[in-house]
Design a protein around this ligand. Structure first.
Ligand code: 7TS
Length: 412
């Protein structure tokens, strides 16, 4: 095994586990990544050294905790190249971030007859908030379709995004196809039509450098647990001038400037959107995750994931009876390959792989409209991360062929 990968793997004790008496080969990183020791340790250190609630009281521990919490906001701001830390809202995850935008900006700005444009490959988290908003407001939801390479059809986007469009909501990377979408071009189209663009970055952040200013994104959402961080923490980036005009999402402690019997004045952004005690441990863990990513290097992560996908993609496609979805060129993808094997149900295939310690996802990947477009109910999905090795890819390919032959011989 490559020395660097071996060294990186030392940070993830779970990778030493046996599953069903075989070494664990974890290939479900698009669902959630594993956590390095440094992240767990950081959370433990916080609890043992700084634990207090944030943004309240004057005691020393509380002030330290608040300073620590706020320093992570600065770190996230730098990580995604936002202009100001006021543009960084901590949420419980990508789903929460997207719901926040729909329930506040969406509620405030969408009227009957307006149009919201999403792509057909959206995860339900970036579809349902817009679909339901459109239903509530008697607005129209439009879908950007796939092109012949099974990636986002930019020509179709040019037709769908019009002067009636108020919101464009698209994933930077599809969790089911693995393709990278042309966010800059979509942002340009949105802005030419005075619409805003909401970017679902769940499968992008931590895989390559994300620069919200270069993308010209108005909102950008992502989760900590898909980038080596803990569960229950996410981020919403929003342009300050937009966040300031939006109503609050949840009401309660810490999001107000003043409350009287009759009414309330909201706190400035981002506190306006962080009602109640936040997930402080999650925020601390997120710092650990960013440290880990920066220590390994985003270029190295991208290169390694590309190396594995370049290795895997042609080899999977060589196996007869396998159909791979999404772009065929590895450089158009991140770390995800979705496929089906003729005559084998994805769940059976994933179960058979699991018996050999190989963990992959099978299902509709919370992208049912996409599955319908592809003409399938579900697919098998492998998704790699920096700690996966070429040896694991070889074992996966070997076992895949064995399972395929076993099922086919059994069917004879
Ligand atoms: N958007 C995309 C593109 C995603 O892949 C996911 C989760 C979400 C939003 C929601 O993120 P959450 O952290 O709020 O749940 N995707 C997956 C997946 O592909 N398998 O399990 C979860």
């Amino acid at each position: 095994m490559d020395k660097n990968i071996k060294r990186i793997r030392e940070n993830f004790p779970i990778l030493k586990r046996q599953i069903n008496e075989s070494p664990l080969i974890y290939l479900d990183n698009a669902a959630t990544t594993q956590i390095p020791v440094s992240v767990s340790k950081k959370i433990m250190d916080f609890d043992e050294t700084y634990r207090a609630n944030v943004h309240r009281g004057v005691h020393t521990l509380g002030m330290w905790a608040t300073e620590y919490y706020e320093s992570v906001r600065e770190k996230v701001k730098n990580f995604i190249h936002a202009k100001s830390k006021k543009e960084i809202v901590f949420t419980s995850g990508c789903t929460d971030s997207l719901n926040l935008v729909a329930a506040t900006y969406g509620e405030q700005n969408i009227q009957a007859g307006d149009e919201i444009v999403v792509s057909i490959m959206e995860h339900h988290s970036n579809l349902l908030p817009w679909q339901q908003l459109a239903i509530r407001k008697h607005a129209k939801l439009k879908f950007i379709e796939l092109d012949s390479k099974q990636q986002l059809d930019l020509a179709d986007a040019k037709n769908k995004i019009t002067s009636k469009t108020k919101i464009v909501a698209v994933a930077q990377v599809s969790n089911a196809l693995g393709c990278i979408n042309p966010i800059k071009e979509l942002a340009k189209l949105a802005h030419q039509n005075n619409a805003v663009i909401v970017v679902d970055g769940a499968q992008a952040v931590g895989h390559f450098d994300v620069d919200v200013q270069k993308l010209d994104a108005d909102f950008y959402a992502f989760s900590g647990h898909k980038m080596f961080g803990p569960d229950g923490i996410g981020v919403l980036y929003g342009r300050k001038k937009l966040l300031e005009k939006m109503p609050p999402y949840r009401l309660g402690g810490e999001m107000i400037a003043d409350v009287t019997r009759e009414g309330a004045v909201w706190a400035p952004v981002p506190q306006k959107f962080e009602a109640g005690t936040p997930n402080i441990e999650g925020v601390i863990g997120l710092e650990g995750a960013i440290d880990f990513i920066e220590c390994v290097g985003l270029n190295e992560i991208r290169q390694h994931e590309q190396y594995l996908i370049r290795y895997l993609l042609p080899r999977i496609q060589e196996i007869t009876g396998i159909i791979v979805y999404g772009p065929k060129d590895a450089s158009d993808r991140t770390s995800v390959i979705s496929f089906n094997v003729h005559g084998i149900h994805p769940h059976d295939l994933a179960t058979a792989l699991d018996l050999e310690g190989i963990e992959v996802r099978a299902g509709h990947h919370c992208a049912q409209p996409l599955m319908k477009t592809l003409g399938v109910e579900s697919t098998v999905r492998v998704s790699v991360a920096i700690y996966n090795s070429q040896e694991e890819m070889d074992k996966f390919l070997d076992i895949l062929v064995q399972i395929k032959e076993f099922f086919q011989n059994g069917l004879r």
